[in-house]
Design a protein around this ligand. Structure first.
Ligand SMILES: [Zn+2]
Length: 156
């Protein structure tokens, strides 16, 4: 079904498919942006054969109306939301760093290793941190040493 209506600016009679009702089209004569009216018994081309003969037939593909294209882009999920969803998927993990494991040839790299690890997981992913103390024996297994460390619960 075709709708016949007049341009509000130059009075050019236009005929368009009723599928385009509500869509915006530029007037082919004066370029004014016009909203295609809803079909009514009065404006249908079949009910007004005289009008349709004089009307300028506008062939337009309404499957993708011009004015709705930017809206459909906006409706796409925002990337930030996808990132947020992924973060909730992260598993709760635990990392224990023992001071004794960070000693290399008498020199402690403990602070350096803990700092590096914390930077790696990121502050926002740290759930809890607990200081720990433990005992271990020397290589000969004779002397007991008390040592310390850090247990980190994080999401990652
Ligand atoms: Zn016009």
């Amino acid at each position: 079904m075709d709708i016949v209506f007049k341009c509000t600016s130059c009075d050019q009679e236009l005929e368009v498919d009723s599928a385009g009702a509500g869509s915006e089209i530029p007037c082919p004569t004066c370029n004014t942006l016009l909203v295609i009216p809803e079909a009514t018994p009065e404006n249908l081309a079949t009910a007004n054969p005289v009008g349709s003969a004089a009307a300028t037939r506008i062939e337009k593909h309404f499957a993708v109306p011009q004015h709705s294209a930017p809206e459909s882009l906006i409706k796409k999920p925002k990337p930030t939301l996808q990132v947020a969803a992924k973060e909730t998927d992260k598993k709760l993990r635990i990392k224990t760093i023992k001071h004794g494991d960070c000693v290399e040839v008498g020199k402690s790299k403990y602070d350096e290793i803990v700092t590096e690890f914390l930077q790696q997981i990121g502050e926002e992913n740290i759930v809890q941190m607990h200081p720990i103390s433990y005992s271990h024996t020397d290589a000969a297994g004779r002397t007991m040493y008390n040592d310390f460390g850090l247990m980190i619960i994080f999401r990652g």
